[in-house]
Design a protein around this ligand. Structure first.
Ligand code: SF4
Length: 159
């Protein structure tokens, strides 16, 4: 539907920043488990679904992945392509599609504000947030909390 918008990553990162700024004053109402979350889930399914084919992981990392949803990778990889990406940039599992991470790299080159974040190592996706509102998880901090037993890459670097 609106997938073509992904090829305007500069516009999308500006839209991301703007949305975050607009929502910040209302953060005290952005809580999980109520009508507000249901509203956000519906809005994210419709909006991000149309543009990014959002899979509702609840832990959105679009601005760190070239405005390309990593959950569209058939292997759900959150940190770059697997070893099977084809020489022409296509997916080894679904040869009819371009590798999500090839697209993420290309788009990140046109993102002056967040493009560098593509090099950050992301934690594994927290499946317990599946189906919840990513914006709310972002504001409550749930999206940044790693479940017990997971090691944050920033902790590894300081050891
Ligand atoms: S990273 Fe998660 S929340 Fe963001 S677009 Fe992809 S599936 Fe949706």
């Amino acid at each position: 539907m609106l997938r073509w918008l992904q090829d305007y990553p500069r516009f999308l990162e500006v839209a991301y920043d703007l949305t975050q700024r607009l929502l910040r004053p209302f953060r005290r109402w952005l809580k999980p488990g109520g009508a507000v979350e249901r509203l956000f889930v519906g809005a994210e399914q419709a909006g991000k679904g149309a543009v990014f084919n959002c899979q509702m992981c609840g832990q959105c990392v679009l601005h760190s992945t070239g405005m390309t949803c990593p959950m569209n990778c058939p292997k759900n990889l959150r940190n770059g392509p697997c070893g099977g990406v084809r020489a022409d940039g296509r997916c080894e599992v679904k040869p009819e599609m371009r590798c999500v991470w090839v697209q993420a790299w290309e788009r990140s080159q046109h993102m002056p504000a967040y493009g560098h974040e593509l090099l950050n190592v992301l934690p594994p996706v927290n499946r317990r947030l599946q189906g919840t509102a990513a914006w709310i998880n972002d504001f409550t901090g749930a999206a940044q909390q790693n479940p017990a037993g997971w090691i944050d890459i920033r902790d590894i670097q300081t050891i």
